[in-house]
Design a protein around this ligand. Structure first.
Ligand code: HEC
Ligand code: HEC
Ligand code: HEC
Ligand code: HEC
Ligand code: HEC
Length: 482
């Protein structure tokens, strides 16, 4: 039988003979306990910090692996002075034929097998938890703090704040996993050397087709019915007059239980396939739209103005992202941001002219969010103390609330450090600035026969009220006054 202490002795001797092995062994002895304790703390979720995960899985893990490699490399290849033996045929022959040498070799082989199994287990554990770490929201959204702050902030405030970044950006399957890791390594270099672009470019090239990611959770072909869309607005007058727009959005479906595809999600019905050619990177200038119908016919709409712009353009198959390009990184316009805060009561509507003043303050240029916060606070205090001293003195908290609401409207949408101003990122869901749906639905893309893609207001929604004070239709629907 093999003598265990003998084996250990031989191993220690071999290690001691090689400087490389010794270095490896020292490194392994230092990293191992730290790594083990850290990994346990992480797995038990006792410490939850993205930098902690980074140190365990991106620094300690690889260091430990390297140290083990050094130990083994040293034993075999870089021995001490007397035996600097790269494997030559002679030395190999001697190792395996001379009886006393072979006994030694056998011991080392046993030990190495044992140690390798143990190491494989530890490395397996670390790569498994490490893999989960690189898929975590902390890794994607918080590690490179300044770079991802805009995406992370908007994500946190969106309906998808509980969906992990990787579920939209990578999805299932090995091919996209590998792609994302390769691009991830490039991104780490970009952050290290600050070569990333500010703002981060959109659209994301190489984003997995949305049909494979979004449809893990949503199935528009099964949507049905319309959606009541209510938008609150506040005027820049003394009373911050509250107006509402009410639409019935024809959300539609890709064909629900035998009924035909209809409404807005008609585009993603299994039987329709729409491709389009765009002549710019932002996909805003669309020169041709091609619709393949279930019966095999193709309808092609072209827009002369865009075809003559020189570039031949890129072809893309329309999917969810061509409308929902901001499902989670939603940046609002200054008006929208303030209207939302006023509607939710984060900014008190009772302060005279608050909408007007706030709009003026948040649209000024600032060098950083910090500067914006300070400037907003000082300005609001100064102006209201000057113009409405009575109101302010009797109700101090009101001003504080207004300040934090206005600051939030700014810091949730503008990130000077990443050069993200108001309206840096376009939202295609709708037709703001004649973009979004109106990139195609503009009555200027036409077939040879002269048919166009409809811009008729009733195609997509019925306008029930537009900028009305207490719209009658809401009263009717809710069965009571507002
Ligand atoms: C609900 C799906 C979804 C989730 C969850 C999600 N993203 Fe995105 N992300 C998108 C889409 C869609 C785009 C824009 C794609 C386009 O226009 O090409 C995008 C764009 C980006 C961009 C490019 C800049 C931009 O705004 O266009 C970055 C960077 C990014 N996401 C990072 C993240 C990070 C970090 C997280 C997690 C904190 C995350 N994403 C979570 C869907 C998602
Ligand atoms: C892992 C599941 C998951 C994935 C993947 C996912 N979503 Fe969602 N999505 C949700 C959930 C859950 C909600 C509902 C959130 C709520 O109501 O608070 C939602 C809500 C929505 C809404 C309604 C938002 C609103 O304002 O009410 C839209 C639109 C949407 N998702 C589009 C998308 C698109 C486009 C993609 C692909 C880029 C996507 N989702 C990917 C889970 C997912
Ligand atoms: C032609 C543009 C367009 C395409 C393509 C599109 N959507 Fe939508 N989708 C919309 C609009 C517009 C709404 C309503 C927006 C609103 O509620 O403000 C909507 C609403 C939704 C909602 C919320 C439904 C509800 O009743 O609240 C989900 C979820 C959704 N879409 C998912 C998807 C997914 C997944 C895809 C891709 C398979 C997709 N959409 C493709 C335009 C589109
Ligand atoms: C890439 C081009 C493109 C974009 C962008 C686009 N559409 Fe369309 N849409 C089409 C085409 C093509 C048709 C079919 C027109 C026809 O057959 O006359 C269509 C048809 C429709 C229809 C009628 C469907 C039916 O029942 O027959 C609705 C509703 C619609 N679109 C809503 C929207 C909305 C809302 C948006 C923006 C969120 C949008 N579309 C963006 C190309 C587009
Ligand atoms: C191709 C589809 C489509 C057509 C055509 C269309 N709209 Fe819209 N419109 C939308 C969608 C989708 C939204 C909702 C956007 C959102 O979810 O933020 C919208 C929103 C609106 C809003 C509310 C905007 C706001 O937030 O204040 C108004 C007002 C409006 N549309 C007016 C019109 C008028 C007027 C026409 C006719 C010239 C028209 N629309 C044609 C798709 C369309």
């Amino acid at each position: 039988m093999v003598n265990f202490t003998e084996i250990i002795k031989t191993f220690i001797k071999s290690v001691a003979r090689s400087r490389v092995s010794l270095m490896g062994a020292v490194l392994a002895t230092i990293t191992f306990p730290i790594l083990l304790v850290a990994a346990v703390l992480d797995i038990m979720r006792i410490v939850e910090n993205p930098y902690f995960g980074f140190i365990i899985y991106m620094v300690l893990g690889p260091l430990f692996t390297v140290s083990l490699l050094l130990v083994f490399l040293g034993i075999f290849f870089f021995k001490g002075k007397e035996e600097v033996g790269i494997f030559t045929y002679d030395s190999l022959k001697e190792l395996f034929t001379a009886p006393n040498r072979f006994a030694q070799v056998r011991k080392i082989v046993f030990l190495i097998t044992g140690l390798t199994l143990l190491n494989l287990f530890i490395l397996g554990l670390i790569s498994y938890t490490g893999y989960h770490y690189t898929e975590s929201i902390g890794f994607c959204g918080q590690l490179c703090h300044t770079v991802m702050a805009p995406e992370y902030t908007t994500y946190k405030n969106s309906p998808h704040s509980r969906v992990r970044c990787v579920e939209c950006h990578i999805g299932q399957g090995a091919q996209w996993f590998v792609k994302s890791k390769i691009s991830g390594i490039r991104q780490i270099f970009a952050v290290a050397f600050k070569t990333y672009s500010r703002p981060i470019q959109t659209p994301v090239h190489g984003l997995r087709p949305a049909r494979e990611t979004c449809e893990e959770c949503h199935r528009p072909e099964l949507f049905h019915g319309d959606k009541l869309y209510i938008k609150d607005k506040f005027m820049p007058d003394e009373k911050n007059t509250h107006l509402q727009t009410v639409l019935l959005l024809k959300v539609g479906s890709g064909g629900y239980r035998g009924s035909n595809a209809n409404g807005i999600h008609w585009h993603v019905a299994p039987e329709n396939s729409i491709t389009y050619t765009h002549t710019d990177t932002a996909r805003e200038k669309i020169s041709e739209v091609s619709l393949s119908k279930p019966d095999g016919t193709r309808v092609i709409f072209t827009k002369e103005a865009e075809t003559t712009s020189g570039s031949s353009g890129k072809v893309r198959t329309m999917d969810c992202i061509d409308c929902h390009n901001r499902p989670t990184h939603i940046y609002l316009s200054p008006d929208e941001a303030l209207d939302l805060k006023l509607a939710h009561g984060d900014i008190p509507v009772s302060l005279p002219y608050i909408k007007k003043i706030a709009l003026e303050l948040i649209t000024k240029p600032y060098a950083s969010q910090e500067e914006a916060r300070n400037s907003i606070a000082t300005e609001i205090r100064a102006r209201y103390r000057r113009d409405y001293p009575l109101l302010v003195n009797n109700n101090m908290p009101l001003l504080g609330q207004a300040i934090s609401g206005i600051q939030a409207a700014y810091t949730e949408n503008v990130f000077p450090e990443m050069k993200i101003e108001w309206n840096t990122y376009r939202n295609f869901l709708g037709h703001k600035n004649d973009s979004g749906c109106f990139r195609c639905h503009d009555e200027s893309h036409s077939t040879k026969a002269g048919e166009t893609i409809s811009m008729d207001c009733d195609t997509c929604h019925i306008i029930l009220a537009e900028n009305e004070k207490a719209p009658k239709v809401l009263e009717t629907l809710r069965g009571r006054g507002l």
